[in-house]
Design a protein around this ligand. Structure first.
Ligand code: FES
Length: 157
């Protein structure tokens, strides 16, 4: 039918996995940046696992590929180099420390603000690493900077 034959090609293209590098190279460098359908992403290799997320921090666009990785409550997190926001590698959740003011002796607890940074799926096939963009119809805070830097990037070329 005509309707589906028009819609299908675009949809497949925008969702398609994109080759970002060789498995061995990324394992060695532990992180790379790549363009995935015009979106700047960072791919990390940490403790035997691959992770991918938008490269620009959801807070103010900081360069996450330059951050340190730290374990918080058993979850590996990237610490943004600009204002030290903590983002879980696996889910893109923003973490913060909460203190209950009515319990002055209580130690601060790590809490989640929810998913703030868009993460993407990483697959390894025959020594090649691919990133598949996550569902863009679900809005994520980091989208603002992903769009902003996409435009700047192309006009600067
Ligand atoms: Fe990342 Fe502010 S830009 S913490």
């Amino acid at each position: 039918d005509l309707h589906s034959s028009i819609e299908t090609p675009d949809k497949v293209k925008a969702d398609a996995p994109v080759y970002v590098g060789k498995e061995e190279d990324i394992k060695q460098s532990q992180r790379i940046t790549a363009s995935v359908h015009d979106r700047e992403v960072v791919v990390f290799y940490h403790d035997g696992k691959f992770y991918a997320m938008d490269r620009r921090c959801y807070h103010a666009g900081g360069p996450l590929h330059l951050g340190e990785i730290e374990d918080i409550n058993g979850q590996p997190c990237i610490i943004c180099p600009w204002h030290k926001y903590k983002i879980t590698l696996a889910t893109g959740e923003g973490l913060y420390q909460a203190i209950n003011p009515t319990e002055p002796s209580a130690t601060p607890k790590w809490r989640s603000k929810g998913i703030k940074q868009r993460t993407h799926k990483v697959t390894v096939d025959n020594g090649s690493v691919y990133v598949t963009p996550s569902d863009l119809s679900i809005i994520c805070d980091s989208d603002y900077y992903a769009d902003k830097y996409k435009k700047t990037g192309s006009s600067d070329m």
